[in-house]
Write a protein that binds this ligand. Structure first.
Ligand code: SF4
Length: 163
């Protein structure tokens, strides 16, 4: 049975920077859970970051540029946390490799988990197209990354892989 990697905050775990979650209520996710398909991860907590923690954003560009060393991730206030974000992404990748995971559903807009849009680095709430660091690393390794708005598409992908 194909397993999926899912952002822990989407499963109701209170791991976000502000101590909250983004709990999804979705019948497909409920089915995945009851089937035992889900492997949960919060890359930032896995990297040793605290709950709560200061918000962080990719300073310019996206997760691909972070992985290429062209930009950094910084907390509000300027402290660099690039290493923590890359460590968290590596933990997520190791989980995918350990469980042969080819599909992930990650929380949109996060500097770790965003898959099509992230905050722009100005801490003003402005979003720009791009991926977070974890989404970028997983995609580099062939994992199909979806957001919480694309659960049905992720489910179709899992089915097309032969359950
Ligand atoms: S790093 Fe990902 S899993 Fe962790 S709180 Fe942020 S969006 Fe959720």
């Amino acid at each position: 049975m194909e397993k999926l990697l899912v952002s822990a905050c989407l499963l109701g775990k209170r791991v976000r920077y502000d101590g909250g979650s983004l709990a999804l209520t979705d019948q497909i996710v409920e089915r995945w859970l009851s089937d035992g398909r889900i492997v949960s991860v919060c890359p930032e907590v896995e990297a040793g970051m605290s709950i709560p923690r200061k918000p962080a954003e990719i300073v310019a560009g996206d997760g691909e540029k972070v992985l290429s060393g062209e930009t950094m991730v910084a907390e509000k206030g300027g402290v660099e946390v690039t290493d923590e974000f890359i460590t968290g992404a590596q933990v997520a990748l190791e989980l995918c490799q350990r469980f042969h995971i080819k599909v992930a559903v990650l929380a949109e807009f996060s500097p770790s988990c965003g898959s099509s849009a992230i905050y722009d680095g100005s801490f003003s709430g402005k979003k720009v197209p791009g991926m977070g660091v974890t989404a970028a690393l997983l995609r580099r390794h062939g994992v199909r990354v979806f957001s919480q708005y694309e659960v049905a598409a992720a489910d179709e992908m899992i089915r097309s892989l032969g359950e």
